[in-house]
Design a protein around this ligand. Structure first.
Ligand code: UFG
Length: 325
């Protein structure tokens, strides 16, 4: 059986994809530089190779060792704030590194890629809900690096026959339902783990970044999508690549405010969350949510299984109480 290379498969979303693909009978090889990834997040029995997008010889070693049918590409730096203060790190890894990966694929005759893109490629929304036709004007280097790669895909498809799906995630959230793997960033910047850690007494409080947005409760609205639903979308996208290349939003279409998240986390855990109101965080749009029933559903045949924020948070809580890494 041909193999699937999961680049960045030790990271948050990548590791959940590996788990899903293995469950569905795929033979995965994980490659990761372990800068932010966790070796413990890779299931036992799955081949692991330490490789770095910045080091073409490490990619060559991996592509020389196995016969790949396709690549799932999760390996990226993803701190929006850091991308502003250290853009070189982002352009080198996310753009130049991905071009190294595409070069290795081309050399070894691997034509299929499913790529982690982001709703950050849209920038400040001109309208909501956001569909795939929404103009792309990213407002930070992180979003720009992802957009550049999306654009390269189109050119590589025309010139070299690349078959690609760029999946534009909204807010990835939650953990494996069995509690075996979950979100572990250092530093952690994402709302749900921070709220749960504040509830659990591991942080003094959650700071709510802005309570004066033009939204019903004054806090930002986001579209939280369960990481296992992202994983299944990658499989459906991969299985459609012979007939479909393109760009697909992955969200539920449900808008959830920061205050909603705190209330839902209190419901799930049965505990109060210590809250402090804080100024707006630079670069946060008031609302970001996906148009439901777009190509994810009509082309890929995907439907998110987690539509209730409490259910998403419950998986994250299970993980927080029993983290292995
Ligand atoms: N928030 C707080 N307090 C915190 C952390 C976050 O109030 O301590 C708020 C943010 O202001 C935002 C919401 O919670 O309104 C969600 O913030 P996250 O940092 O969890 O997620 P973002 O929406 O900023 O980021 C996500 C992805 C990024 C992607 C971005 C696109 O994590 O990779 O969406 O806008 F770039």
């Amino acid at each position: 059986m041909k193999k699937i290379l999961v680049m960045g498969g030790a990271g948050y979303i990548g590791s959940h994809a590996v788990k899903h693909f293995v469950q569905e009978g795929y033979d995965c090889v994980v490659a990761d530089n372990l800068v932010y990834g966790h070796r413990e997040a890779v299931p036992q029995g799955v081949a692991f190779e330490k490789a770095d997008l910045a080091d073409p010889s490490s990619l060559e070693a991996v592509f020389g060792k196995y016969d790949f049918e396709a690549v799932l590409h999760f390996a990226a730096y993803a701190y929006v704030g850091e991308s502003v203060t250290d853009p070189q790190k982002y352009y080198q890894n996310n753009v130049a590194g991905t071009l190294n990966l595409l070069a290795a694929m081309k050399k070894h005759g691997v034509h299929k890629i499913v790529f982690s893109s982001t709703c950050a490629t849209y920038g400040e929304p001109q309208y909501t809900p956001i569909d795939e036709k929404h103009p792309q004007n990213p407002i930070n280097p992180y979003g720009r690096t992802k957009l550049m790669i999306e654009q390269a895909f189109g050119d590589y498809a025309r010139a070299y026959g690349l078959q690609y799906a760029a999946l534009r995630y909204f807010n990835a959230a939650g953990a494996a339902a069995d509690g075996s793997i979950g979100e572990s960033h250092n530093p952690e910047t994402h709302l749900i783990p921070l709220v749960l850690q504040a509830i659990d007494g591991r942080r003094p409080c959650i700071k709510v970044f802005g309570t004066d947005y033009p939204t019903p409760d004054g806090t930002c609205l986001r579209d939280y999508i369960h990481v296992e639903d992202l994983a299944s979308a990658h499989r459906l996208a991969l299985e459609k690549l012979d007939t479909f290349s393109g760009y697909v939003n992955l969200g539920t279409g449900v808008k959830t405010s920061v205050k909603d998240i705190i209330a839902a986390a209190e419901n799930v855990t049965g505990k109060k969350c210590p809250v402090e109101n804080a100024p707006r965080r630079a670069g946060d749009p008031a609302e970001l949510y996906a148009a439901a029933h777009g190509p994810a559903e009509t082309v890929l045949g995907w439907k998110p299984r987690y539509m209730q924020i409490e259910d998403i948070i419950a998986t994250a809580w299970k993980w927080e109480l029993n983290r292995r890494y």
